[in-house]
Ligand binder design. Structure first.
Ligand code: SAM
Length: 249
């Protein structure tokens, strides 16, 4: 369970709302049962339940330990906003696979009409999905989810990553993700083990040539994910899984 600083008082932890409901009603836990809590930033603890009711659970942490088990490579999935609830699927599955963050963005051939008025509600829902997926995957951190960025904002962020991969099906059987990673590894710019990587995935209608050229100019490496054309949500998961594999995790 993820807790905020307000829920922690030394070794004492208080859980309420959905978490308390989950512990008491779904997991049917009892006093002295142990839960794993994380502050979502730097530490985790095993905590034994001291008292419980459906609205409030109090637990005692044995010891706070530094976070471990998070992927070595910090991968941000930049996903052009897909239609329907596909973004939710990308967030849920991407969190399980190991994404560090999600950056939805607008692009030219995006099918969905982006409605900025629904932003707050949507971010709240996406945050809840990421939290639940992180808990189920036993992650120590909840991936961050940014507000929908414009194409220009996305391009401006490309240079801040150690490696930005621009997934473009027109690359076909050309340069693959593995090739791009190994080229960067051999370039001497790769340095230590921890990496910040951006994985850019286009909308249902694909990227335009102009977008591919702009991303490349900003420093992204254009890569193919194989000869088959994947649905936008599949491409994000495949790219992410390949990166986790390449990182050795
Ligand atoms: N029309 C389908 C849909 O509704 O999802 C497929 C759309 S595909 C054009 C969507 C995005 O997935 C592309 O912009 C690209 O980023 C990524 N993609 C899909 N297949 C790919 C491949 N073989 N190589 C690289 N990127 C791919």
């Amino acid at each position: 369970y993820f807790v905020t600083p307000e829920q922690i008082d030394g070794s004492r932890i208080v859980l309420a709302g959905d978490d308390a409901h989950h512990i008491t009603r779904v997991m049917r836990m009892e006093e002295d049962d142990v839960i794993i809590v994380s502050d979502g930033v730097s530490r985790v603890a095993e905590a034994s339940i001291k008292s419980l009711s459906p609205g409030k659970v109090e637990a005692e942490a044995a010891a706070w330990l530094p976070i471990e088990g998070e992927p070595l490579w910090s991968v941000t999935v930049a996903q052009s906003l897909p239609k329907g609830d596909k973004m939710e699927l990308v967030i849920q599955k991407g969190t399980e696979i190991g994404a560090a963050a999600f950056m939805p963005f607008e692009s030219e051939r995006m099918i969905v009409q982006y409605d900025g008025k629904k932003e707050a509600k949507r971010l709240e829902r996406w945050g809840k999905i990421a939290k639940e997926a992180a808990e189920q995957a036993h992650r120590s951190r909840i991936p961050a989810i940014g507000a929908v960025a414009s194409w220009k904002e996305l391009v401006a962020r490309i240079p801040s990553y150690d490696l930005a991969l621009f997934c473009y099906e027109k690359e076909g059987g050309g340069r693959g993700l593995r090739e791009a990673v190994s080229a960067r590894r051999q370039s001497g710019e790769w340095g230590g083990e921890e990496r910040n990587i951006l994985l850019v995935v286009g909308p249902e209608g694909g990227f335009t040539e102009r977008e591919a050229a702009e991303a490349e100019e900003a420093g992204a490496v254009v890569v193919g994910l194989g000869k088959r054309i994947l649905r936008t949500e599949t491409a994000a998961m495949v790219g992410l899984a390949c990166l986790m594999y390449e990182s050795g995790e």
